[in-house]
Design a protein around this ligand. Structure first.
Ligand code: M6R
Length: 609
């Protein structure tokens, strides 16, 4: 989720690029940098932290040029420090690049560049290989060198490139990461997102996958992967700046819900290889160490805790290690049994949640090994853990967590598969089946987003309610908790999540005529039991909305309404079933005119106890 800006025209390059980068702040960043071509010499500055840090370093009058590229980085590979900030220069200093995305095969490319070409790398990033690759292929033709480099790269990228030898062009390429070119007068622009250009132009070209764009002061030429010139209609942007930041969505929450197929894809990318082996960057646990672990604690808060509930089932099923899930705020104040054979798994989107961090420190003091699942590189949780598995969801801005949750679930799948395979507790056939299901997830998540119209109608029907119940069994219990939390925090409706089997032990007394129950019935092995629960509730005149897999006709028959999620294995249903419920909460909150992205009394990152 990094931001890219490029400019070619007059001596305004520095100003335009910095202004553009500031407009991309909402993408989240932890460092920024700029490189200008000044008469054939590349001038570069980069800094960690806020853009103001970078500005302070480029106040000098001689830091000027008429063409350049800039970048805001949100760390994925390598800590958020100056060395890892973009732009990256080739080792001979002639090529500069900025990159948004992940180069999946960067390790093998890096090894090849070191062994074959003796290149000394200066950063820990995957992106630096792009600069070095282009340099290796560069023979005074930047476009040809870029084409040769991308033929070697796997993964997702939007890349801007300049060379000290060419004072007239910026070259850019795109695959699965956003990129646009802006049309100016006597100047032209490059950016990852519309807000970066709105101050300067509203006429843009959307660059498509596998296209190369060559930008000069006078024109913008777009080519397909065979170098055939592409004729592209120009788009005139009418959005205001705020709408543009949200990519045209009304709220960040909605944008983030819709980013889930891509976020899940990114989180899986590079972690399941061609032989279906799970390779976890950042996890150093060996078979011997895994065999020695006799107890696991999963600790988290809020939504991350709900992901932990699913993680327990996965680890116990696949790796057969007894696992406890606890709220970080509770764990801190009891006397958990921890020793060197305990693995402590911490889940946190922000990596700064005070309760989680203190629980982590307590576990470390007692000798546990700490592994974290985290979305923010370089955060306190990540830095203080022995092993880190990153959710590559990109920055999450809305207070209500959505894409961080589904990518946490994906990480817990990867981790438990890795543990099960390494320990030999998961039969090969089962392992293959689950890996197959994970690979299908991005497409199925897109399909699950297709429920929005139906769910919006339900929201219209129920937004005036003051009480809603969510029930389920098995992994649907965790999904019920998460669906209920989403609704509570953004709509302020009093909602309850209950394990369906517990209903008759008390909560059933709350049912009145018309009480709304959202009933998850996504687990085939518990299907009959859920049908009985629905009958029980219906007999007391409640209104039932079932959540079931496509084709589950009996739920449909006995419920008042049903939302169908895609067909899938029971194990992954939790990742799909939450999607319509995020949308349900969103639409209810919108109808109740709530401040969806910043609900009252809540903060994105809870750094106090
Ligand atoms: O950053 P963390 O994942 O550690 O945050 C934990 C909770 O504060 C967070 O999930 C919270 O419950 C969200 N607002 C839920 O949408």
């Amino acid at each position: 989720m990094c931001g890219i800006v490029g400019y070619i025209g007059n001596e305004n390059a520095k100003e335009m690029i910095i202004t553009g980068l500031k407009s991309l702040e909402y993408r989240g960043y932890d460092s920024a940098g700029i490189v200008l071509n000044r008469g054939g010499k590349l001038l570069m500055r980069k800094e960690s932290g806020v853009i103001a840090n970078l500005e302070k370093r480029i106040t000098k009058k001689d830091f000027d040029g008429n063409l350049g590229i800039g970048h805001t980085r949100w760390a994925t590979h390598g800590a958020p420090v100056r060395e890892n900030a973009h732009p990256h220069l080739s080792c001979d200093g002639r090529i500069a690049i900025v990159h948004n995305g992940i180069i999946e095969n960067y390790m093998e490319l890096k090894e090849w560049l070191i062994k074959k070409h003796g290149i000394a790398f200066k950063s820990d990033t995957d992106s630096e290989v792009i600069a070095q690759l282009i340099c290796v292929y560069y023979k005074n033709d930047l476009v040809a060198a870029v084409r040769k480099a991308i033929a070697k790269m796997r993964g997702a990228y939007a890349v801007g490139v300049i060379s000290s030898d060419d004072i007239d062009h910026i070259v850019a390429v795109r695959k699965d990461a956003p990129l646009i070119a802006g049309i100016g007068e006597g100047c032209n622009y490059l950016a990852s997102d519309i807000p970066a250009l709105l101050k300067y132009t509203r006429d843009i070209y959307l660059i498509e996958n596998d296209e190369i764009v060559v930008i000069s002061k006078e024109d913008i030429k777009i080519f397909d992967d065979d170098m055939t010139r592409v004729k592209r209609e120009k788009m005139h942007v009418t959005w205001d700046a705020a709408a543009a930041e949200k990519g045209g969505y009304e709220h960040f929450m909605k944008k983030e819900i819709y980013e889930q197929p891509e976020a899940v894809n990114q989180t899986l990318e590079g972690r399941i290889n061609a032989k279906n082996e799970v390779k976890l960057d950042g996890i150093k646990l060996t078979k011997k160490e895994l065999d020695a672990i006799d107890r696991i604690y999963i600790i988290a808060c809020g939504t991350a805790y709900h992901a932990g509930l699913q993680g327990k089932t996965l680890i116990e099923n696949f790796a057969r290690i007894p696992t406890e899930v606890d709220l970080a705020s509770e764990f801190r104040y009891r006397a958990p049994i921890i020793d060197k054979n305990t693995l402590f798994i911490c889940i946190s989107q922000s990596g700064e949640t005070s309760d989680t961090l203190e629980a982590l420190r307590e576990a470390k003091r007692k000798g546990a090994r700490v592994l974290s699942v985290c979305n923010v590189m370089g955060s306190s949780v990540a830095r203080e853990s022995d092993d880190v598995l990153y959710t590559w969801a990109g920055p999450e801005i809305a207070v209500a967590s959505t894409k961080a949750y589904t990518t946490q679930l994906v990480c817990l799948f990867l981790l438990s598969l890795y543990m099960g395979k390494t320990k030999g507790t998961l039969p090969a056939k089962e392992y293959g089946r689950i890996v197959g299901e994970l690979k299908k997830l991005p497409a199925k998540m897109s399909e699950a987003l297709g429920t929005e119209e139906h769910v919006a109608k339900l929201a219209k029907k129920f937004f005036v309610r003051e009480q809603i119940f969510y029930i389920g069994r098995g992994s649907d219990v965790g999904t019920s908790y998460e669906a209920s939390l989403k609704l509570k925090e953004i709509s302020y409706i009093n909602s309850f999540a209950i394990a369906a089997g517990e209903l008759k032990h008390g909560p059933i007394a709350l049912i009145n005529r018309g009480t709304l129950f959202i009933v998850f019935a996504t687990q085939d092995y518990l299907y009959e039991k859920m049908l009985s629960n629905i009958q029980e509730i219906k007999a007391r005149h409640a209104y039932v909305v079932g959540i079931a897999k496509k084709g589950n006709k009996r739920v449909k028959k006995i419920s008042d309404d049903v939302v169908m999620i895609p067909q899938c294995a029971d194990e992954v249903a939790s990742i799909l079933a939450i999607v319509p419920m995020q949308l349900f909460a969103y639409h209810i909150a919108k109808l109740r005119k709530r401040d969806i992205d910043k609900p009252r009394n809540l903060a994105k990152s809870v750094t106090v106890e």
